[in-house]
Write a new protein. Structure first.
Length: 54
């Protein structure tokens, strides 16, 4: 595992890869395949809801 991978995991965001020249994307790391439950993303949706949820 390269230094860029460790940095991406420690910062909490995906820092890119070979295909995009290691440019940060802002995506969450280690997400499940499309269509699978992803609790971290759901919590983010709840936290960013407008109007705010009680």
């Amino acid at each position: 595992m390269g230094a860029r991978s460790r940095t991406a995991r420690s910062s909490g965001l995906y820092a890119g890869g070979v295909r995009n020249g290691y440019n940060p994307t802002g995506a969450l790391p280690l997400v499940p395949p499309a269509g699978e439950w992803f609790p971290e993303a759901f919590r983010g949706l709840l936290a960013n809801a407008y109007p705010p949820l009680p």
